[in-house]
Design a protein around this ligand. Structure first.
Ligand code: ATP
Length: 316
């Protein structure tokens, strides 16, 4: 069942195209990653999905309801945290959830049990009575999720939720997301960090300069041709042996080659090189291959490597 459908959506402001003809669908229980460098148009897209701004063209439907013509029904199925969750730091976690439960129109007699439920899901049960200003950033983000799911949305939309979290915070957040998806909720989550998307999502769309340049299963993205970095001498001889063997080889440094081969082929590669007196000083898996796949797609080395700050880009 399709929970979110985005069809040919564009957003122009004055003569500037921020987002151009984006199409995607998110199914029930799917964690969908929306990946792109700073300034790619992720927040703009998300703001259209949650009805904060109108698309210039195209159509967005949530659980079959058009966000323009059936706004109330569409938004009833969405929970969201766009940018930072709005929490009142001088109030307890419980009071915050109480406030939002009332706003969400949860019947009075159900409020307490629902707050306890979402707190349990978000791993905050023990800390509900503490003031939010005593919470870690990770706990605040999870409180934001607890708040967003109060009214049982089918779709949860999160804009860069792990920004600023430490590794433990990211791990806890990831577990929370997977738990929600396992219970059938769809989650649309943006990030500029590949490693997060890779670990959290089932499918990923890659956005670049307002355009969707790829949509893949994460497994497919990861499978994209394992590569090995080998340090050899002489590299020219190694290169020609490997090319004769039919492998893609690239010189990436002094006496360093990047070879596209399957893990199973590594022993054969070593044997082949040693047989022809090539000295091997090191063989290691190229851990950056996913990042490079992404960079090859976007061609934007600079922006991905800088994790902070807003990037400005030219749009055609
Ligand atoms: N109201 C606006 N008017 C003009 N340009 C805008 C407006 N809002 C955003 N932009 C520009 O549109 C582009 C996309 O911005 P957006 O915030 O959607 O990107 P993003 O992928 O979410 O990046 P970030 O992670 O940095 O927030 C940026 O170049 C931004 O400066």
């Amino acid at each position: 069942m399709t929970v979110l459908s985005v069809e040919g959506v564009s957003k122009r402001i004055c003569s500037r195209t921020l987002v151009q003809e984006i199409s995607m669908t998110v199914k029930a229980g799917e964690v969908y990653g929306f990946l792109g460098p700073n300034g790619a148009g992720k927040t703009t897209t998300i703001r259209m999905i949650v009805g904060l701004i109108k698309p210039t063209a195209g159509r967005i439907r949530i659980c079959g309801h058009d966000i323009q013509t059936g706004r109330r029904d569409a938004l009833r199925s969405v929970g969201t945290i766009v940018e930072n969750p709005e929490t009142y730091s001088y109030m307890s976690g419980y009071r915050n959830l109480l406030h939002y439960a009332r706003l969400a129109g949860i019947p009075r007699r159900k409020i307490k049990s629902r707050i306890e439920e979402v707190a349990e899901i978000a791993g905050l049960s023990d800390r509900l009575d503490d003031l939010v200003k005593r919470y870690s950033l990770g706990m605040r983000q999870r409180l934001g999720v607890a708040q967003a799911i109060l009214a049982h949305p089918r779709l949860l939309v999160l804009d860069e939720p792990t920004n600023g979290l430490d590794p433990a915070g990211i791990r806890e957040f990831r577990q929370l997301i997977r738990k929600l998806a396992a219970n059938g909720m769809s989650i649309f989550i943006s990030s500029h960090m590949l490693s997060e998307i890779q670990q959290m999502c089932d499918r990923v769309a890659v956005l670049h300069k307002g355009q969707m340049i790829a949509e893949k299963q994460v497994a497919e993205l990861l499978d994209s041709e394992p590569r090995y970095r080998i340090r050899v001498s002489p590299p020219s001889l190694a290169q020609s042996i490997l090319q004769t063997w039919g492998k893609e080889v690239k010189e990436v440094g002094r006496e360093e080659l990047l070879v596209t081969i399957d893990q199973k082929e590594v022993p054969a590669m070593v044997r082949l090189l040693v047989k022809d007196d090539v000295e091997i000083h090191g063989v290691e898996e190229d851990k950056n291959s996913l990042e490079e796949t992404f960079l090859a797609l976007t061609g934007e080395q600079r922006e991905l490597s800088s994790s902070g700050g807003k990037g400005e880009q030219e749009h055609a």
